[in-house]
Design a protein around this ligand. Structure first.
Ligand code: AMP
Length: 279
């Protein structure tokens, strides 16, 4: 069922909670794919009711980013949600979420200065603010986030802990195409040739993991190998970062250990892509 206003969504959630139903929540920006569907399936398994939100959140986009051209297709998204068996789709307008005079934001003082946060100033402020608002509206017991956006997952878990929110944050596995490309709504921007180059991210990650499993733990060597692979593809325009970090606090490592996360961000053509893998 499609819900487009905040008041109705709040009333529905309150009623469900009074009835003792558990609510699983999957926040998205729409243009849904198998990655999103896997989160919905997780939520369905663990909750009585699943709510999906579709909201392209303007406060998490930088000035020169792709807010206006971000892919949207509500009809297709609703069809997918229906097929998967989602109970409610919350689709609020920007005017409702950020009415004139809006001025309250959630700011984190650690974890957001690095990786994507270093290249997208203000991004996590926007993410944390909207997720907080959505949590207040949907009132979920559990919320599902993909490890595709690994830093986002860690940052949201920390917000929930720091602010004593009664919501369980569940991280779900990153879903890839058969050839390794991490699913993303932004893959739609890629031309055929760029898509080939986009494979360099996962190829570099797989290679680093393979080298680690053969005994290489020197982070600079692993990073060097990854960069070499990525630079060999013609449409990889800018590598923003290649980092190997502790999975909990995102601190960079010098010696890689099992469980660490390797993360990459790069522009392929004019599309910014991210990917990661756990060692
Ligand atoms: P987005 O619509 O891109 O903001 O993503 C909404 C949610 O889906 C976030 O929790 C993402 O981490 C998750 N997600 C996006 N792509 C994938 C993927 N390939 N695998 C798993 N989760 C994903």
């Amino acid at each position: 069922m499609l819900i487009t206003d905040i008041k109705s969504m709040k009333e529905i959630s309150e009623k469900l909670r009074k009835e003792g139903k558990s609510i699983g929540f999957v926040p998205t920006m729409g243009y849904l794919h198998e990655g999103h569907i896997s989160l919905m399936e997780c939520s369905k398994k663990e909750n009585d009711i699943t709510v999906v939100s579709i909201f392209v959140n303007p406060t998490q986009f930088g000035k020169n980013e792709d807010l206006d051209k971000y892919p949207r297709d509500l009809e297709r998204d609703l069809k997918i949600c229906k097929e998967v068996g989602v109970n409610y789709v919350f689709y609020p307008s920007v005017e409702q979420m950020y009415p004139a005079g809006y001025s309250t934001y959630v700011i984190m003082e650690s974890l957001v200065d690095r990786l994507c946060g270093a290249f997208r100033p203000g991004h996590f402020k926007g993410v944390l603010t909207v997720v907080n608002k959505l949590f207040n509206i949907v009132k979920p017991d559990r919320a599902y986030f993909g490890k595709k956006d690994y830093q986002q997952y860690v940052v949201i878990k920390k917000m929930v802990k720091d602010l004593n929110m009664d919501i369980q944050i569940i991280g779900c596995p990153l879903i890839r195409e058969k050839d390794g490309l991490a699913l993303s709504s932004r893959n739609k921007y890629l031309s055929k040739e760029e898509r080939e180059s986009a494979l360099s991210l996962s190829k570099a990650l797989f290679k680093a993991k393979q080298l680690f499993e053969k005994g290489e733990t020197d982070v600079s060597k692993l990073k060097e190998e990854m960069e070499k692979i990525m630079r060999s593809y013609p449409h990889v325009k800018e590598i923003q970062y290649i980092e190997i970090v502790n999975p909990e606090n995102l601190e960079p490592k010098e010696k890689a250990e099992k469980g660490d996360i390797i993360l990459v961000a790069a522009f392929v053509g004019s599309t910014r892509l991210i990917d990661n893998i756990q060692l």
